[in-house]
Every structure is written in C-alpha cells, then in structure tokens.
Design a protein around this ligand. Structure first.
Ligand SMILES: [Mg+2]
Length: 377
C-alpha cells in the first residue's frame, strides 16, 4: 500500500477559529483522517501539511512510527516560532496514518496500540468557547447546561480581564475578582459534587498566582491549570509544590523532550498533551508512558473538532495513566454529524469505538456544507 495524496478540508467552526481536517489517500482506496486545527497559523499549517504530504507520498502508510521519524527527523519546521505549526502538521498526519493502519488491518487502532484499558473515556466539558455571556450568570448557565447534558466535570476560563503583560496598572486585583465572581457563581450553580476545573491561560506571575490559588481554595477545584506562562518551569513547580492546588499544563508542547522537563522538575501534577500538537497518537502515548514512570497522570488537551477528539480517545483508551479528556461544549450544534457514526458523548463519557482505524468516517457532505463561505442549508 502506498500514500498517494494529502487533502485538507476546512470547516467554519466558530468565531474562535476554523477546524482543519486532513485526509490521506492511498492506492488501495483506504483513506485516513486527522485534524490540524488551532496551530496558531492556519495558512502556514496548510503549507506545512502539503510539504509533508509530498515528502511521504509513496510510503507505506501502515507504519506510522516509521513515517513519524521521517517527518520529524528530516525537517526544520520544529525550530523557532513555527514550532507549533510543524508539530500540528505532523500530529495530524500521524492521526490519519493510525486510521489507515487500522482500516487496512480491519481492526480498531487501539488493537494495534496494544489494547484498550477502558471501554469508555471520561470527558470534561470545556465551557470557554460556548460561553458567550461572560457575566457570572452566563458562566453559571453554561456550566448547568453541561451538567444537564450529562457531564460530571466542567472547566471554566474566567480571568478575561487579566493580561500577563499588563500588570503595571491600578485595579489588577479587581480584575482578578471579576474572574473569581464567575467561578463562585459556577460552583454555586453546579453544587459540590461536580468537578470544577479552572484554566488561567498563563495570565499571572508567580506572586499573583499564589494569591489566586489561595482565593480559590474554598471552591475545591479539581485542577488549577496554567496559572503562569507554561515555559516558566520553576514558577510552575513552585505553584505545584506550595499552592495546595492540583496543577495541570503543557497543552502546546511538542514531543517527549518538552514533557520530560515538566515531569522531572515537578512542574505540574497532570500533563495535558494535545494529540494535535504533541506529536499525534504516536508521541502522546510515548509521553504518557514516560510520565507513568513518575506517577504523573495524563489528561489530553482537546478543545477542537471531533476528529482530534476521537484520536484522543484512542490515546486515552490505551494508556494506563489516563485521567480525563477535554471536550469543547456548546460550540456548534452540527459537530457530531461531521463523523459517521456520529460522535456521541453520553453521561460525560465517549465510548471507545469498535470500528476499524479511529472508528469513523468523515462525512464529506456535512464538511462541505460548513466550508468557509458556504451557507448551511
Ligand atoms: Mg488551557
């Protein structure tokens, strides 16, 4: 079997950005799908995908790890600021190759990956993209909607007014308080039994992060995500060691080496590799295995479309130190229809599919109906 082509489908997802699905074709008619959304530069990731697609044309797609090394080893795309773009392109191709490898064998990808350790994968609802009303009441309503949809864990991103680079002004703590008010309203609305996660989007410096960590203590958080810039390893490790909060982070890191620094320095309690940026299914599993040695658990970051979510399900199903998978709640109502069979989240869980490859086909009619510039009928 040979790779013959790589195609990109763009979907108009929301005001927060489009989704990019990558289809790899083969000479035997089997296709594989991956997702390359949220790279930080849509134009560049498409160029990068096309270049990598040409490079791997003619290769045997049923050997994802071999092709992974070829793509990463022979490319300059991982240096400098374009690092995440290249990482996203490689990650999308890797997802598609596992899809092809499974379909070629007539087996779910998880069987090729050593077997599934769970039949269904616990998800939390990321409320951020679906919360357009940014008042405390708006946050509370979004959280209640997620709980009513069956989720037992929700994540809020409440510190809209705080900017890491704008701390030289009056009123900083009042801005923090506006975020805290959203969180308190959320906790009050969902009650004490639902897990509440908070993403700080790297907006604080260390002293402010410690102060906020103290202020949120009565809210009994499940985790306190990325309070300071994620590259500041010492500051992250300090928060992890001394704030009394469970910390999580690393959503845009690529590869074992970047996560290795986090694990060995105790930067966070929980790693958040993203199957779209960390190096695909191949590398996310290696990262998880490495973390397991240090008793660090893995909660894959996944705030984009259903293709990368289902690739994340394959990772989640096959690693022993999986904690919970992110799911973007309330973004677009037609999300589930992009896949056949449709993506189903029930009682806050996604069933690990038994179908070959990643367990679905991309519905190209639905994809075409939501292409940029199309008016969905
Ligand atoms: Mg985050």
């Amino acid at each position: 079997m040979k790779i013959t082509d790589l195609r990109i489908h763009e979907v108009d997802a929301s005001h927060r950005g489009n989704w990019f699905f990558v289809v790899i074709d083969t000479d035997v008619g089997i296709q594989g799908v991956g997702e390359a959304s949220q790279s930080g530069n849509d134009e560049l990731v498409m160029a990068c995908l096309r270049q990598l697609g040409e490079r791997i044309e003619g290769n045997d797609p049923t050997q994802p790890e071999v092709i992974w090394e070829q793509m990463v080893g022979a490319s300059a795309i991982f240096s400098g600021k374009s690092g995440r773009v290249g990482a996203t392109a490689v990650s999308a191709i890797d997802q598609a190759l596992w899809d092809i490898a499974g379909k070629a064998a007539g087996l779910p990808a998880w069987r090729l990956l050593g077997g599934r350790r769970r039949d269904r994968v616990r998800c939390y609802a990321n409320l951020n993209r679906g919360t357009t009303d940014r008042s405390p009441e708006g946050f509370a309503q979004a959280a209640v909607a997620a709980v009513e949809a069956g989720f037992r864990a929700v994540k809020a991103t409440p510190f809209d007014e705080v900017r890491a680079s704008h701390q030289d002004r009056d009123g900083l703590w009042q801005d923090v308080e506006r975020g805290l008010a959203r969180l308190r309203a959320t906790r009050e609305a969902i009650g004490g039994e639902i897990d509440l996660l908070v993403d700080c989007h790297c907006r604080f410096d260390l002293p402010l992060a410690m102060r906020v960590a103290e202020a949120v203590r009565p809210l009994d958080l499940f985790w306190f995500e990325e309070a300071v810039p994620r590259d500041q390893i010492d500051a992250n490790a300090h928060i992890t060691a001394h704030s009394g909060q469970t910390t999580a982070g690393g959503e845009s890191f690529f590869g074992r080496a970047e996560f290795e620094r986090y694990v060995t320095t105790g930067a966070v309690h929980i790693l958040m590799p993203d199957v779209k940026h960390a190096g695909g299914i191949t590398e996310c599993r290696r990262i998880a295995h490495q973390a397991q040695i240090h008793q660090v658990s893995v909660a894959p970051h996944s705030p984009a479309g259903p293709v990368s979510t289902m690739a994340g399900v394959q990772v989640a199903a096959t690693i022993s130190n999986f904690l919970v998978l992110e799911w973007a709640f309330g973004e677009v109502p037609w999300r589930a229809e992009l896949l056949q069979p449709a993506e189903i989240v029930e009682d806050g869980f996604i069933e690990v599919p038994d179908g070959p490859g990643l367990g679905f086909e991309l519905d190209t009619d639905v994809v075409a109906a939501h292409a940029p510039g199309e008016t969905p009928s």
